[in-house]
Write a protein of this length. Sequence first.
Lengths: 152, 294, 532
Amino acid sequence: MAMFLIAETVFFFLLILAFVYFRGTAKLSLEAGGIDTALLLASSLSMWRAASSGTGGSRPWLAVTLLLGAAFLIGQGIQYLHLIRDGVTLSQGAFGTTFFTLTGMHGLHVLAGLIALAIAPAPALRSMALYWYFFTAVWLAIFLVAYVWSAA
Amino acid sequence: MSAVFSLVLAIAAVIFLVVAAGVIYSAVRYRSRGVAIAEPRQIFGSRNLEILWTVVPLLIVTGLFIVTVRAMVVIDAPQETGRPSDLVITGHQWWWEARYPNGVVVPWDIHIPTSRRLRVRIESADVIHDFWVPELARKMDAVPGRWSYIWLEADAPGTYAGTCSEFCGAEHAWMRFRVIAEPEPGFEAWLKRQAQPALEPQGIAAEGARLFQTKKCADCHAVAGTGPSSGKGPSLAHLASREFLGSGISRNTPQSLALWLTNPQAAKPGNRMPDTPLSADETRALLAYLESLP
Amino acid sequence: MTGLGAWLCAIDHKRVGILYMLSALLFFLAGGMEAMVMRAQLAAPNLKLIAPETYNQMFTMHGTTMIFLVAMPVLTGFGVYLIPLMIGANEMALPRLCALSFWLQLMGGVLLYFSFATGAAPDAGWFSYAPLSEKAFSPGAGLDYWALALLMIAGGSVGSAINLIVTIATERAPGMSMRLVPLFVWMTLVTSVMIVFALPALAASLVMLLSDRLLHARFFDAAQGGAPLLWQHYFWIFGHPEVYIVVLPAFGMISEIIPVFSRKPIFGYPFMATSTVAIAFLSYGVWVHHMFAVALGRNFLAVFAAASMLIAVPTGMKIFSWVATMWGGAIRFTTAMLFAVAFLLEFTVGGLSGVAFATVPVDWQMTDTYFVVAHIHYVLFGGTVFALLAGVHYWFPKMSGRMLDEKLGRWSFWLIVLGFNTAFFVQHFLGLLGMTRRVYTYPDLPWFGALNLISTIGAAILVFGILLFCANVAMSLFFGAVAGDDPWNAWTLEWAAASPPLLQNFAEIPEVRSRRPLWDRKHPEAPDWGVA
C-alpha cells in the first residue's frame, strides 16, 4: 500500500502543481472548505480508532468513518453545484479546469475508498487505514493551496 | 556549430573505438578453445580501474559542457519581447508565412537580404511547429501562445531549403519552405514589388476575380501583397511568380493549380481547403485570374 | 484445471511471466508490421502507397506498441518469472496482483488496437503533443482510445512494479542480503521504483488530456489560457525515466549472461549496482532535453544539458565493466553470448549519439530528424531488444526444459545484426542531410531516396532474421534437445531449480553466502565467500 501511495503522491503533486502554475482565481467558500476539511479529519480519527481496535470493536468506528466520508463527498458536491451556478465550470478557464480536475480526482479516490472500506475484509483494514490517512493528507494540501493560499 | 559537431563526433569515435577494441580483443584472445578447461582466474573488480573510467568520462563531459554553453551563447538570439523583430514568421497547418515590417505578407518563399543578421520572431497560429532552415539557423519550436526568437543570417546569396520540424498533423511532411537570400538592393526591390497591389484583371481573368469573391475564396486567401492575413489559408498574392505550390508538394503549373481548384484533397490530402464545386468554365476563369497575379 | 483455462486463471509467477512474454511477442509482430508499412512507404521519394493519415497512425501505433506493449511487458515478464527463482523464493509476494497487472496491461493493448476497427487509430505520435492532441485538431476518437488504453497499461505497470519491490524486499532466501542479489534483481528493483515514481506523471498527463478532450477543460489550449508546454513537461517527466525503465532490466540480463559465458564474475559489482541507482536519480533531472528546441531560456536548458551529459557517465561505466568481465575469461560464443556482445557495440553507438544530443547546439540542428530515429533504435533495439534476444536464448532452457537450436540461432543472429545495422546506421546520415522525422514522404533530394531504400532493405532483412528466431523458438519448444537443470554451468539460484521449474520452485529454500551460490556449491575449495 505504501508503494501505491507513493505513486499517488506523484500523481497528485503534479495536479496540484498545475493548479499553482495556472494560478486561477475564483471565489471559493472558505467556510465550506473548512467544514469539509473538518469532516475528513474526523473521519481519519474514526478510521484510526477502527484500525486500532480489535476485530469486534472496529465495526462501529468503520461505520462512523463511512458516514463522515460520505458527508465530505456531499459537501463537495454542494460546493460544486454552487460553483457551477456561478458559471465556474471545467471549461471556464484555468481555475475551473485545474480545480475541478484536482478535487474531482481526489473525490473519486475518496469514493473508491468508501466502497473498498465497505467491502474490505478485516485483515485489509490496516492497509485501508493508510489509504484513508493519505487521502485526508492530500485534501489538506488541496485545502491549503486552493482555498487558503488562493484566497490570499 | 559544425565545429562543435566535429568535436562530439571525434569524442564519440574515440570512445567507440576503445570499446570495440576491448570487445574484439577479448573475443579473439580469450575465446575458449577447448571443451573442459579449468575456470579462468576469478577477478571481481579493480577499484583503481573503476575510478579511472568514472573520472575520465566525467572530465570529457565537463569539457563538452563548457564547449556547449559557449556555443549556445553565440547561437541563441535574445528572447526579450520588447525589442521589435526584423521578420515575423508564423506556422500554420500546413504552411509558413512571413510578415515584413512594411506589412508585406508572403507564404513559403521567405526572402532576406544577405550579410545582415536578422532577429526573427517565430509563432504559431494553431499547433506546435518548428522552423528549421538547416544551413542558416538553429531549429526553433513555434508554440501557440508564445513568441520565440532566432538569428537568421545568410552570408552568401542563394536558395536555402527549410522544413517544419515538429510533427503537426496530416501534412507535416509537406510543410516546407525556402529562404531566398539576395544582396540588399535586390531584396529591397523584391520587397517593393510584393507591396504593389495586383493589376486590374482583364477579360476572363476579371470573371475569375469576381468568382474569387462569390465562391468565398477571398474568405481565406488574400490577394493583396500587404494587409491582414486571414490566417486560414496562405496568401495568393503574386501567385504567378511562385515556383511551388502547397509548401513544396507540387510545382506551380497550370495542371497542379487546376487540381487545387477542382480537387484540393487530391492536391494535398488532409489539407483544410474545402472542396468547392466548380464548373469547367468557372475553373478556367479562376485559373486565368490566379495566373494573372504577377 | 488444465489447458487454456489453467493459463487464463494462472497466478503462478512462472505462468504469468510467460503470458507477459507471449503477449509482448504478439505486439512485437504487430509493431513490426507497422514499421514495415512505414519503411515500404518511405522506400522511394513521393510514394503514395498509403494515405498520410494512415502513415501517421502507423508511426503512432508503432511507437506506442513497442514501448508500452512490448518493451515494458516483456521486461516485466522476465522479472516476474526470474526474480523469485533468483532470490530463492517460491512465489511472488502478491500473486493475484501479478495476474491482475498482466490482464490490465493486455486489456489496454486490446483497447488500443480496437481503435483500428473503428477506423480511427491515434495519429498524433506516441507522445501526443498538445495542442495537436486536443479535440480541435484531432477530432476523431483515436486519441481517446490511446489515452484510456495507456491509463490501463500504466495501472498494470505500477501494479507489477509494486509487486516486484515487495517480493525483492521480503522474499529473499536466508543470507541473501541486498549486497548479494544478482544484478538482474538490482536492476529490476531500481526499475520498479522508477516506475512507481514515473508512471503517475503519465497518468496525470493523460487525465488532463482526457479532461480537455472529453470534458472541455482548458489545460493545454493556448487560446483559452492553457499551456501547451505543460503537456510536454509532464509527459517527459514521465518519458525520460521511462526510457531508462526499458533499458535497465536489459542491462541486468547482460550482467547475468556475459559473466557465465566468460566464466568470470561480473567486474565491479558494487559500482554496477551504485551506478544504477545514480542513473535512476539523474533520470528525473534530464527531461527538458526533449525540449531543447523550445525557447525556454539558455540557463534553464544548460542545466539539463549538464545533467544529460552527466548521466552518460554511470551508463558508460557499465559498458567498461562488461568488457572487463570478458577480458581474461574463457569465452564461449553461444547465441546468447553473441547477442550480448553485439549489444555492447550497438548500445555504445546509441549512447554516444545520445551524448551528441545533450550537446545543445547539435540538438538545435539534429532534433526531430532521422538522427534521433537512429539514436533511439540503437539504444532500444540494439540495446533492449538485443539484450532480450540474448536473454531468451539464455533462459529458454530454464523456462521450457529444452535447448534452442544453436545453428538457427547463429543464422538469425547474423541476419538480425546485418538487417538492423543496415536499416538504422544510414539513418544517422539521413538526419545529417536534413530529413525530418514523422514524415510520410520526402522530396527527391540528393541521397534521400538511396539511403531510404537501403534502410528499407535492411528492415526487410531484419524482419527475416526475427522470423527465423521465432521459428527457432517454436520448433525448439517441441523438438529441442532436453536441457537439464543447468545447461550453461551457471551460478545463480534459478539454475538450481528444475527446467522447467516445478510449481514449487525449490523443495528446500537454499541458504546463500555469496553472489554466486551455485559457484560456491561447485567449487567448495574456492567459494566466493572465501574471497576477501
